[in-house]
Design a protein around this ligand. Structure first.
Ligand code: NIG
Ligand code: FE
Length: 420
């Protein structure tokens, strides 16, 4: 994907080049950004070869003048459910009039309604529905996007969701990372289902390389800590990473379990208390906050301030999904993290770049330093802080993936079929 063999371009006209350090940043280090004014950046074969002051730039034949704007690393969205069919507009109307999300789910609606609609959709329907959502996330600054399954009523529908991600990947240079999500148990035959997932679905997904990680929704209306442990054991057996939805409504011990087992990330954390904050502060597991859920469901904000103060590595995601977070912008997730979770703009940039990449096990992106992928943003503004400041307009002028500016996603039905 980074391709572009033999290409060597010097990007100039950068009012500010701003970047966190490479690799996951924890605690106070999340605030340590490097800022170079009047900068230039050399990109070779899709990788960053040099950054510095424009007056010190190495000689090059090919230039790209960005026109005096701020440049930051491209964002990573480490948590989305971007493939779904149907809608949750009636749920939304009911919720804003006081019916809780968990009650709708317990009555067979919510996630279960999306599962019925998604099970009825064909592969090409799923691809066509998800493409504009991915396009919106890329335009908002995301060059890497995780996408979960979890709306399959049965195993074939789960696989179809992951195949949709594989197909979508053929239409964008942004990296799409598929995760198998065990979302909610069936109404009957729960123990058998858990066993089948471990013995059949996880091996099938791993063997076909349809996902790089397994995620579980550990919650009162979803899977227990014990079931989560069983899924994680199977995931590990088949060489898949583990991630967790935990502490969204209740802290059931999932966060502690995920930290103990070395999960890549624990996501949500709206109901996390001191024990969970301390566990994340001590571990390498990334704490991913999802401010869109706080806004859309009116939940408490995840305690990101306390997590950072405890030394945790905090990331930000959109959690784009129809039920709890219809948030189609990675930039807006970053900006909401500042307002709702009390991150500083510098912490939020780190959370949405290197730390979000670390939540996916990726250490080759998210910082503008030599050797990293040249995934970066040119803003409309000369001051990078507009990325964290702007609400409701897009401060991102262009998104570069491996040094190439991204345009519209190119999606033709015929090409999809060929790719199959
Ligand atoms: O991350 N909480 C569980 N899963 C999703 C919501 C899915 C849905 O409501 O459709 C989440 O919030
Ligand atoms: Fe989620």
């Amino acid at each position: 994907m980074s391709g572009n063999r033999g290409e060597r371009t010097l990007f100039t006209g950068i009012s500010q080049l701003v970047t966190p350090g490479a690799g996951p940043q924890r605690g106070a280090a999340m605030r340590d950004l490097t800022l170079i004014s009047g900068a230039a950046m050399l990109v070779e074969d899709g990788l960053i070869a040099w950054v510095g002051s424009e007056k010190d730039a190495p000689p090059t034949d090919q230039f790209h003048d960005l026109g005096g704007v701020a440049v930051t690393p491209a964002l990573t969205d480490p948590h989305t459910h971007a493939v779904w069919a149907g809608d949750r507009l009636s749920d939304f109307e009911a919720r804003v009039q006081g019916v809780p999300y968990e009650t709708i789910l317990a009555q067979g609606g919510g996630i279960r309604a999306t599962m019925r609609a998604t099970a009825d959709a064909s592969l090409s329907d799923l691809v066509a529905l998800a493409a504009p959502r991915i396009q919106a996330l890329v335009r908002s600054g995301a060059a890497t996007i995780e996408i979960k399954s979890g709306y399959g009523l049965d195993f074939d529908a789960e696989i179809r969701m992951l195949e949709a991600v594989r197909l979508l990947q053929t239409h964008t240079a942004a990296t799409l990372l598929p995760t198998l999500l065990l979302h909610v148990p069936p109404a009957e035959g729960r123990a058998e289902y858990v066993q089948d997932v471990c013995q059949s679905l996880i091996p099938r997904v791993a063997n076909a390389k349809l996902a790089t990680a397994v995620d579980v929704f550990c919650e009162q209306e979803a899977f227990t800590g014990d079931e989560t442990r069983q899924f994680f054991a199977a995931a590990r057996l088949y060489g898949l990473n583990i991630k967790l939805h935990a502490d969204q409504f209740h802290a059931l011990g999932g966060t502690e379990l995920a930290c103990e087992l070395g999960a890549l990330s624990v996501d949500h954390l709206e109901a996390s208390g001191e024990a969970q904050i301390a566990a994340l502060g001590r571990s390498h597991t990334v704490a991913t906050i999802l401010p869109g859920v706080t806004l859309h469901l009116g939940l408490p904000a995840a305690p990101a301030r306390q997590l950072i103060d405890a030394g945790a590595c905090v990331a930000i995601g959109t959690d784009l999904n129809p039920g709890s977070s219809p948030l189609y912008s990675a930039q807006l997730a970053l900006a909401l993290g500042v307002r709702l979770n009390r991150l500083t703009p510098a912490e939020a940039l780190t959370a949405a770049t290197v730390n979000a990449a670390a939540a996916l096990g990726l250490t080759d992106r998210g910082a503008l330093v030599p050797g990293m992928r040249a995934d970066f943003l040119a803003l409309h503004s000369g001051d990078w802080r507009d990325l964290a400041y702007t609400l409701g307009a897009n401060p991102v002028q262009s998104v570069f993936v491996a040094g190439r500016e991204q345009g519209q996603m190119n999606l033709h039905r015929q090409t999809q079929e060929q790719a199959l």
